[in-house]
Design a protein around this ligand. Structure first.
Ligand code: GSH
Length: 252
């Protein structure tokens, strides 16, 4: 049996794993699940409700982007996605953990309220996906899906305002990691590491919000995301997020 990766199209941790599989040269098929319904399907298949989940060719199953990438490293050591030097390795693992636990949820707490406010933007996020619903159906379904996702992800007006206020500090941290070599410097030459693969997809997704793009894209963080995940589908027009809490455009 072939390795199967269970994803929701456009999910940032799914892209992390997808790229890791590609870098390792592992052949796999992509199983796309519909957003929101995926939670019940994943729980039935993997015992945990989130994507990504993977079923390796030998039948081993697991979910969680970091766990999957770590297991992949054991199964297919080359090319290595961690530095050989122990101190550098620890720094990359710490950045990867932060990217998973701190940065990754922010994109969900920002995107779903934005799509609830702008259902017309929803079809842009399904471009390139396998589940092809007519745009009118997607626009009609998105308020319901967004409400469910907002509940699952504990998004709220207060959380959104906190996330937007915290974003410049997070970007400073990412830029500092690029400067000290923990993350790869754009344009990325050579194999990206596990922290690059965890953090860049979240930034690429956040940059699909035109309200946030000017604060991210010119910075090293934004350039890293563009170098690794240039083809990210989706766009929410400017003027969707609360203007008072928006980060200032970057002037790098
Ligand atoms: N941090 C985990 C979580 C992944 C996650 O939350 N995925 C989202 C999609 S981007 C999801 O499946 N959400 C559904 C839910 O929370 O039930 C990972 O990296 O695998």
């Amino acid at each position: 049996m072939r390795t199967r990766l269970f994803v929701v199209h456009g999910s940032h941790p799914c892209r992390t794993v997808q790229r890791a599989l590609e870098l390792k040269g592992v052949a796999f098929s992509l199983v796309e699940l519909p957003p929101l319904a995926h939670a019940a399907i994943q729980r039935a298949l993997f015992g945990a409700r989130t994507v990504p989940g993977i079923r390796f060719a030998d039948g081993e199953k697991l979910s969680g982007s970091r766990r999957i990438v770590a297991r992949l490293e054991e199964l297919v050591p080359e090319p290595a996605l961690l530095p050989a030097d122990p101190a550098a390795r620890e720094r990359v693992l710490e950045a990867e953990r932060w990217g998973d636990e701190v940065l990754q949820p922010i994109a969900r707490r920002v995107l779903w309220p934005a799509l609830k406010a702008r259902p017309s933007a929803a079809p842009s996020y399904t471009e390139g996906g396998k589940i092809a619903l007519p745009a009118a159906v997607q626009r009609a379904a998105i308020p319901l899906i967004a409400r469910g996702e907002i509940a699952l992800n504990k998004a709220s007006d207060a959380a959104l305002a906190d996330d937007l206020r915290a974003l410049p500090g997070h970007l400073d941290r990412i830029d500092a990691w690029i400067a000290d070599g923990t993350l790869s410097a754009p344009p990325v030459e050579g194999t990206p590491n596990r922290a690059d693969l965890q953090i860049a997809p979240t930034l690429a997704l956040l940059m699909t919000l035109e309200d946030l793009r000017p604060a991210i894209a010119p910075r090293p963080a934004g350039q890293l995301a563009a170098a690794l995940f240039a083809d990210w589908a989706g766009s929410v027009p400017a003027g969707t997020l609360p203007a008072g809490a928006l980060p200032a455009p970057a002037s790098v």
